[in-house]
Ligand binder design. Structure first.
Ligand code: GDP
Ligand code: IMO
Ligand code: MG
Length: 428
C-alpha cells in the first residue's frame, strides 16, 4: 500500500507543482483533493513551462491517472480552457488520464460575481482573493445549496437546482450589491454543453482511488495553497475556504488516514505570501525586493507581486504538527544565493514571552516579533549542484538547522525550477 501527500507548508507557491511533477514519476495516480483554479502550479520540463490551475500536475505524463476529488470546487469554463491550453502545448487530456469526482462542487458564474462583490464591500479589509469564486462556492457547499457534478449529469435535477440558485443569487446581487443579475437560460445552455463534454470523465473518485491503492498502485495527493491558508489553521480570515492540510485529503478524496503512508511539506527557503494578512517575517526593504526579483515572485494565477520575507520555522513547525509531516522538501534555496547574511525566524516574542507556535488571534500575531538567527550565505554554484555533497557548506548548515528547529527531516532540496535541479537527500 502506498499513498503519499504533497502539501504547501507556508502560504502557497512553495513549488508544489514542481515537486509533484518530480515525485509523480514514481506514482501511478495524482489526486487534487481541495481548492480549485485559485491554485497556480508551475512545472518546467526541459525548455517548456506549464502553468496548471485545476488539473493535477501528473497530467504532463502520458501514463498517469489524474483525479479531481470531491473536495475540489470545479469551474467547468476554467477547466475546458486549461484543457485547451494543455492540448495546444501537446499534452493530451483524455478520460483515460483524467477522472472527475461526481461529488465535486461546481463553480457557477454567480460565484465569481459574488467573490468580487464581497471583496468590494470589504473595502480596505479585503482578503485579496483570486476572484475565482472559491469562497462563495464553498459557502454554498456548507450551506447545502451547491450544485455538484452529479447534478449536472442529470439535466432535470440541474435545471431545478439552477433555478433555485439563480433566484436566490440574483436577489442578493441586485438588492444587496446593486449588481447585474444572471440569465437562467444562458447559464443553463452553457452548463449543459459542459455536461456533454464532461460526461466521459466523471466517476466516483473515492472508489477508483481506493481500488488503485488496494491494487498496489502508488497514489500522490497534490495539495493546493498552503498550511497558513487553511480554513482552520491558517491566518483566518485571510485564508482560502478549504482544508489545505493533510486532513483535507481524507475528506476531499474519500480516503481514510490509515491508507496514507507519508506527507511531504513543501517549504520555500524563504517565505512569500500573496493577498492580505499578517506576515511576521515580511521584508519591506531592498532585501524583500531583491528576493522578489531573483525568485520571480509574481503570482501564477493573478500576476500579483508576492510579498517576500525570511524563512519562518514557527510556520514550518505548525505545518509539521497539523499535517504530521514525515519530511520537508526545501525549494528555491538557489534564490538566496549571493546574499551575505541570511536570517531565519526561530520563535516569536509576544508580551515578553517567547512562543513557537502561530497564535489563533490575528491581533496577537500582529504583535509577535520574530526572533532571528543569522547564517552566512552561499554562492550561485548551488544551481548546478546535483548531489547533496555538491551543495555549498553554508547551505548545508542552513538546511541542518531547519531540520533541528522543526524536528523534521529534509528529504529533498530543490536548486532550480527544472526537474533535473532536484536533489533527493534522504528516503521519502
Ligand atoms: P506552487 O503553487 O506551490 O506549485 O508554486 P508556484 O508554481 O506558484 O511558484 C513556484 C515558482 O518557483 C514556479 O515558478 C517554479 O517554477 C519555481 N520553482 C520551483 N522550485 C524552484 C527552485 O528550487 N528554484 C527556483 N529558482 N525556482 C523554483
Ligand atoms: P497555490 O496552489 C498563494 C490566497 C489568495 C488570498 C487567499 C484567498 O498556487 O499555492 P481565494 O481565491 O482562495 O479565496 O483567496 O488565498 N491564495 C493563494 N496564495 N498560492 C495559492 O495557490 C493560492 N490560492 C489562494 O491570494 O490571499
Ligand atoms: Mg502557485
Amino acid at each position: 500500500m502506498s499513498a503519499f501527500i504533497v502539501l504547501g507548508a507556508q502560504w502557497g507557491d512553495e513549488g508544489k507543482g514542481k515537486m509533484t511533477d518530480y515525485l509523480a514519476e514514481e506514482a501511478d495516480v495524482v489526486v487534487r483533493f481541495q481548492g480549485g483554479n485559485n491554485a497556480g502550479h508551475t512545472v518546467e520540463v526541459g525548455d517548456k513551462q506549464y502553468k496548471l490551475h485545476l488539473i493535477p500536475s501528473g497530467i504532463l505524463y502520458e501514463d498517469k491517472l489524474n483525479v479531481i476529488g470531491n473536495g475540489v470546487v470545479l469551474d467547468p469554463k476554467a477547466m475546458f480552457e486549461e484543457i485547451e491550453y494543455l492540448e495546444n502545448l501537446g499534452v493530451k487530456v483524455t478520460p483515460e488520464k483524467l477522472l472527475i469526482s461526481d461529488r465535486a462542487q461546481l463553480i457557477m458564474p454567480y460565484h465569481r460575481a459574488l467573490d468580487g462583490a464581497k471583496e468590494k464591500v470589504r473595502g480596505k479589509n479585503d482578503i485579496g482573493t483570486t476572484g475565482k469564486g472559491i469562497g462563495p462556492c464553498y459557502t454554498d457547499k456548507a450551506e447545502r445549496s451547491g450544485i455538484r457534478v452529479c447534478d449536472l449529469m442529470h439535466k432535470e435535477v440541474f435545471k431545478e437546482k439552477l433555478k433555485e440558485n439563480i433566484a436566490d443569487k440574483n436577489a442578493v446581487l441586485s438588492k444587496i450589491y446593486d449588481m447585474d443579475t444572471f440569465d437562467f437560460d444562458a447559464i443553463y445552455e452553457q452548463y449543459i454543453n459542459y455536461a456533454d463534454r464532461m460526461k466521459a470523465f466523471v466517476a466516483d473518485a473515492s472508489v477508483r482511488v481506493y481500488n488503485e491503492i488496494k491494487q498496489g498502485k502508488k497514489v500522490l495527493f497534490e495539495g493546493a495553497q498552503g498550511n497558513l491558508l487553511d480554513i482552520d489553521y491558517g491566518t483566518y480570515p485571510f485564508v482560502t475556504s478549504s482544508s489545505t492540510i493533510a486532513g483535507g485529503v481524507c475528506t476531499g478524496a474519500g480516503i481514510g488516514p490509515t491508507m496514507i503512508n507519508s506527507a511531504i511539506g513543501i517549504a520555500k527557503a524563504y517565505t512569500t505570501r500573496v493577498g492580505k494578512g499578517p506576515f511576521p517575517t515580511e521584508l519591506f526593504d531592498s532585501m524583500g525586493e531583491h528576493i522578489r526579483d531573483k525568485g520571480h515572485e509574481y503570482g501564477v494565477t493573478t500576476g500579483r507581486a508576492r510579498r517576500c520575507g525570511w524563512l519562518d520555522t514557527v510556520i514550518l513547525k505548525s505545518a509539521a504538527r497539523v499535517s504530521g509531516l514525515t519530511s520537508f522538501a526545501v525549494t528555491k534555496i538557489d534564490t538566496l544565493a549571493g546574499i551575505d547574511k541570511i536570517k531565519v525566524c526561530v520563535g516569536y516574542e509576544i508580551n515578553g514571552e517567547i512562543i513557537d507556535y502561530v497564535p489563533a488571534s490575528l491581533e496577537d500575531l500582529a504583535i509577535c516579533k520574530p526572533i532571528y538567527e543569522e547564517f552566512d550565505g552561499w554562492d550561485n554554484s548551488i544551481e548546478i549542484a546535483r548531489t547533496y555533497d555538491e551543495i555549498p557548506d553554508n547551505a548545508k548548515i542552513y538546511l541542518k538547522r531547519i531540520e533541528e528547529l522543526t524536528d523534521t527531516k529534509i528529504s529533498i532540496v530543490s536548486v532550480g525550477p527544472r526537474r533535473d535541479q532536484t536533489i533527493v537527500v534522504s528516503e521519502i
